[in-house]
Design a protein around this ligand. Structure first.
Ligand code: F6P
Length: 361
């Protein structure tokens, strides 16, 4: 069903990912060319909670941002409007009422919500409350169900691969074990792809709890045939069989738990088990910064264009998705609240195993 569209809003929520600006640019340009005004909402849903946190975006405003990391609209990964009750003279309300009021006050006809699982879940709730919107999946973790790729992932993998290449030369020179901790939250996509692309000897991912003695045995085997250095890539969410996730910070109100520390733990444990010198490196937020790769720019541009197309067709409550070679629409209610993890029978994982990479199982 087609609806008259005059003005739409666009926002970015959750952790940033390279390619956010490319989506914003595509949304702004394609809506402008279709005669639709585009309003940029700042810092996720805050732009629909506080006055003065939004601005009109024209093609002039998005010129030159295609290649930029970050987001010109700002973002936040706290601030779920459904989680903050406020007292008013009419009683207790949550901020979600305010978002809906502001949406109508601003004369918006629809929203494009660009975000990860958390932001898309919030979007889905607003959709159920009558806000016409389309979601765009974003995360370097690549863990959103229904889409083969999220933009940001390819850039993160490219950065991690380059880092592993650099660590290879120093590892070889010193005959050391280098442990590289990468992001990914509860999914091992970045570790698997960067590990294979960088020629890692061990790849540890949350989907396969590891036994460190198996990893140590594999690394010692390499010594026997003369390769006296090794590279271990560990996803931040990797954990030992029967053990626990390594955390930097527990969850607290409005904030999810922060993963991290497995690299350092593995480094000291492997030093003891192998008797070799080991070092660890945490790639951290470097994986999220900088310019998007050409793949991510193209994907983000296609996502932004498709989101406006869906809005023009009146297809709301959908998420744009990549189903190679096509960009398709998935129902938000079928994708939110789930995590796309690495299947144990994934071709790439089996190929890596066949090449002798250990996953610690
Ligand atoms: O979801 C993207 C991600 O970069 C994860 O890989 C990582 O665990 C988390 O965000 C880090 O979040 P923050 O930016 O809050 O430290």
């Amino acid at each position: 069903m087609k609806t008259a569209m005059n003005r739409i809003g666009v926002l970015t929520g959750g952790g940033d990912a390279p390619g956010l600006n490319a989506v914003i640019r595509a949304v702004v340009k394609s809506s402008f060319n279709a005669g639709i005004e585009c309003i940029g909402l700042e810092d996720s849903f805050d732009g629909l909670i506080e006055h003065g946190r939004s601005r009109q975006l024209t093609p002039r405003d998005v010129t030159g941002i295609l290649r930029l990391g970050g987001t010109v609209l700002g973002t936040t990964n706290r601030g779920n409007p459904f989680a903050y009750p406020i007292e008013t003279s009419d009683g207790t309300r949550d901020y979600s009422d305010r978002v809906i009021e502001m949406f109508h006050q601003m004369g918006l006809d629809a929203l494009v919500v660009i975000g990860g699982d958390g932001t898309l879940a919030i979007a889905h709730q607003f959709c159920q409350r009558g806000i016409p919107l389309v979601g765009v999946p974003k995360t370097i973790d690549n863990d959103i169900v229904g889409t083969t790729n999220c933009f940001g992932f390819d850039t993160a993998v490219a950065f991690a691969t380059d880092a592993i290449d650099r660590l290879h030369t120093t590892a070889e020179a010193h005959k050391r074990i280098m442990v590289v901790e990468v992001m990914g939250r509860y999914a091992g996509w970045i570790a698997l792809y960067a590990g294979v692309a960088g020629g890692a000897d061990a790849i540890l991912i949350p989907e396969i709890p590891f036994d460190l003695s198996h990893v140590a045995d594999r690394l010692m085997e390499r010594d026997k045939w003369g390769a006296r250095f090794s590279i271990v890539v560990a996803a931040e969410g990797a954990f030992p069989r029967g053990g626990k996730l390594a955390l930097v910070e527990e969850a607290r109100d409005g904030y999810v738990e922060r993963l991290g520390g497995i690299g350092a733990q593995l480094s000291s444990a492997l030093a003891k088990l192998t008797g070799k010198e080991t070092r660890s490196v945490v790639l951290g937020h470097l994986q999220r910064g900088g310019a998007p790769t050409s793949f991510d720019r193209v994907l983000a541009t296609r996502f932004g264009g498709k989101a406006v197309e869906l809005i023009r067709q009146g297809e709301f409550g959908m998420m744009v998705a990549f189903a190679p070679p096509d960009i398709v629409a998935r129902r938000l209610d079928e994708v939110v609240g789930k995590t796309k993890t690495v299947p144990k029978d994934l071709d790439l994982l089996l190929t890596a195993k066949a090449l002798g990479v250990t996953f610690g199982d």
